[in-house]
Design a protein around this ligand. Structure first.
Ligand code: CP
Ligand code: NVA
Length: 311
């Protein structure tokens, strides 16, 4: 594994390895065992979009592993004034040991990896959010004891989070049903890739416009905001389009009686779900948020231990 840009790019064994390492790091951190395996290493974190969890978990995570992080807002570095990704990748590769980037255009992340010589971690693009899906399945495993054969229902916008969940479920042998309104479905290319990946472990993928069909008998119920970063101006239109897709208790009750509720956060109560669902007993959203820290540490440990510089 050279980069962590898309779960589609890694094998199901690598995905499992990441999940196991994340669980081990979590257990050991709770037991007070420290691993300074990234001592002397620096992670540059480029953000062209806002973040609470991703920023804080990467920064805290690398610190716990003995290294340090540089927070680089795109407004403050020359990238934001038009310096090319090519030059940025070349220059950064001379200074730091890895780059985590959160940005709009997925191609920018691919280009950083292409032109740089250090590991690149995707901290969210318009297309994918792989760090989130890794922490999500770690959370499912903690609460359900297994992944294979479970059904995850994603209700809402066919966005970056939905795409990474499709890839993650396919790699983990989990079934996934996505229920989205017409016009807000997942990218067909991502669905086709996930269906291809799903053949290996036999996951079932169902794409539907019917939220009830998607949620019925689900072990895990997942949703995300109806208007992602960059779509703020569409909010009003989206709120109308997503009527009927809100996870309220009535819809939630169509999943299994012991199902759990998940959300990548930030969440907007009264929109994609009601407060009684996200603040209810079966919501695991804060375990999920915590697991971003452990999952991120596993990703950095897998990519950044040893000498990764080659140029
Ligand atoms: N879930 C997530 O990525 O949160 P942030 O936008 O706060 O990083
Ligand atoms: N889909 C959301 C996820 C935020 C973590 C967005 O892209 O804004």
């Amino acid at each position: 594994m050279k980069h962590f840009i898309s779960i589609h790019d890694i094998t199901h064994e690598e995905f499992n390895q990441l999940l196991s390492l994340a669980a081990k790091l979590k257990k050991e951190q709770k037991a007070g065992i420290q691993h300074h395996i990234l001592k002397g290493k620096t992670l540059a974190m480029i953000f062209t979009k806002s973040s609470t969890r991703t920023r804080v978990s990467f920064e805290t995570g690398i610190y716990q592993l003995g290294g340090q992080a540089l927070f680089l807002s795109a407004n403050d570095i020359q990238l934001g004034r038009g310096e090319t990704i090519y030059d940025t990748a070349k220059v950064m590769s001379r200074f730091v040991d890895g780059i985590m980037i959160r940005t709009f255009d997925h191609q920018d992340v691919l280009d950083l990896a292409k032109y740089g010589s250090i590991p690149i971690i995707n901290g969210l693009t318009d297309l994918l959010h792989p760090c989130q899906a890794l922490a999500d399945l770690m959370t499912v495993k903690e609460h359900k004891g297994r992944l294979r054969g479970l059904k995850l229902a994603y209700i809402g916008d066919g966005n970056n989070v939905a795409h990474s969940l499709l890839y993650a479920c396919a790699k983990a042998g989990m079934d996934i049903s996505v229920g989205s309104p017409k016009g807000y479905e997942c990218d067909p290319e991502i669905v086709a890739n996930a269906r291809e990946d799903a053949k290996e472990l036999g996951s079932k993928i169902v794409m539907t416009n019917d939220p009830v069909e998607a949620i019925t008998d689900a072990d895990v119920v997942y949703t995300d905001t109806w208007a992602s970063m960059g779509q703020e101006s569409e909010k009003e239109k989206r709120v109308k389009a997503f009527q009927g897709y809100q996870i309220d208790l009535e819809l939630f009750n169509k999943s299994k009686p012991d199902s759990i509720f998940m959300h990548c956060l930030p969440a907007y109560r009264g929109f994609e779900m009601t407060a009684d669902v996200i603040d209810g007993e079966r919501s695991v959203v804060f375990d999920e948020a915590e697991n971003r820290l452990h999952a991120q540490k596993a990703v950095m440990a897998m990519l950044m231990v040893g000498d990764n510089k080659n140029g």
